[in-house]
Design a protein around this ligand. Structure first.
Ligand SMILES: *Cc1c(COP(=O)(O)O)cnc(C)c1O
Length: 383
């Protein structure tokens, strides 16, 4: 009954009583801005990632933007990233004043191809943003050796990769900065929110200053119980701080991060066992040295499935009450970037092909076994 046909929202988060109680406690305390819970969330996240420093921000987009400014990107500097990413990665480069340059992705892992990065390096290249796509780690050995060879900064886009490790090291710790998202569909959530990791205390001061109007570092404490203090504005900054209301959710989400990953892994394995049999183009199995975050489960609707186009498949899934996603149409297919940079989708053939064929199936830890079986049988019916 009813339940059988309920609409399965794509990327639905689990929100439990502990998160609710923590938010209520913040509201009752009256401290709803940036305060002790943000500090606690930063400390816990830093520990979870084995990082030196963590600064909580309003989003991953903000984290990418400030990281680019902090590494010194200026007008005319080129920043190489993947043609297969979310537009936020590209927009952050543009807003830092830099020029985005695209490299194609691997058709297997869908992560940026280090050989294509090297082909795109020019005397103006200043930084690389690898995107750990769908929770699969990029080839960090190759990318870091390019960075050393050409003296480039590295900013990791870890929006899909909270739990990901590469050769035992949690991603976000390889580059100068690692940027994370707690947007509603991500592996843990704060509604909106982000975090940036760095190894260097000086970078922490830069990020905190840029995130709060360009005020010097004491400004973060100007309304504390130590009494009012004057602040100085030392650069023209932004307003990118996280609040205790968001951190209140994040603190409890983080405790459950590995439980949720196990649930998504079980769904992932169930999908693989059914869809490989059908001959659907499924995600690649991660190598032993990568711990995958299982953020997205994507299939390609291609010539192996001649009965239906990708877009028709999307419509039919929606019509059957199953929320699906497209991660992503490749960056050069978007009008603004074509007009501004003259990019052509065909010049990034792997990203373009994935962008035309990919569909993300629900992978939320909220899905019941019944939901998962319903998704599997709906996919089978449509194909
Ligand atoms: C979600 C996402 C972002 C942006 O994260 P926000 O927290 O929403 O700003 C950036 N890059 C990738 C790859 C993403 O998926």
């Amino acid at each position: 009954m009813g339940n059988q046909n309920k609409y399965l929202v794509f990327g639905a988060p689990i929100i439990q009583e502990d998160e609710i109680a923590e938010v209520v406690q913040s509201l009752r305390s009256g401290w709803i801005g940036t305060g002790p819970k943000v500090k606690r969330f930063e400390d816990n996240f830093k520990k979870y990632k084995g990082a030196s420093y963590a600064v909580a921000l309003s989003s991953c987009t903000a984290a990418l933007h400030l990281s680019l400014i902090a590494v010194g990107i200026q007008s005319g500097d080129e920043v190489i990233t993947s043609a297969m990413t979310f537009c936020a990665t590209i927009n952050a480069i543009i807003h830092s004043g830099g020029t985005p340059v695209l490299a194609d992705c691997s058709p297997i892992t869908q992560c940026i191809d280090p050989d294509d990065i090297e082909r795109k390096i020019t005397p103006r290249t200043k930084a690389i943003i690898p995107v750990h796509f769908a929770g699969h780690a990029c080839e960090m050995d190759e990318i870091m050796s390019l960075a050393h060879k050409y003296n480039l900064k590295v900013i990791e886009d870890c929006a899909h990769a909270i739990e990901t490790t590469y050769k035992g090291i949690p991603v976000g710790n390889f580059g100068d900065f690692g940027c994370f998202s707690f947007y509603v569909t991500k592996n843990i959530i704060t509604g909106e929110g982000g975090m940036v990791l760095t190894k260097d205390e000086e970078n922490v001061d830069k990020i905190k200053m840029l995130a709060l109007h360009g005020m010097d570092k004491d400004a973060w404490h100007r309304f504390s119980d130590e009494g009012y203090k004057h602040y100085d504005v030392v650069c023209s900054g932004f307003k990118y701080n996280m609040t205790d209301l968001q951190a209140a959710i994040g603190i409890h989400q983080l405790k459950k991060v590995d439980i949720y990953r196990e649930k998504r892994k079980a769904i992932w394995d169930r999908y693989q066992s059914e869809f490989l049999k059908l001959g659907i183009h499924c995600p690649s199995k991660p190598p032993k040295f990568i711990k995958h975050a299982y953020h997205l489960y994507t299939v390609c609707i291609d010539s192996l499935n001649p009965s239906v186009s990708r877009d028709e498949f999307l419509v039919q899934m929606g019509g059957n009450g199953i929320g699906v996603g497209v991660h992503y149409r490749s960056i050069p297919t978007h009008i603004y970037y074509q007009k501004t940079y003259g990019w052509k989708p065909e010049d990034y053939p792997h990203s373009h092909k994935i962008g035309e064929q990919t569909v993300s199936l629900p992978l939320s830890p909220k899905l019941s076994d019944v939901d998962v079986e319903r998704i599997i049988s709906t996919v089978k019916d449509i194909l």
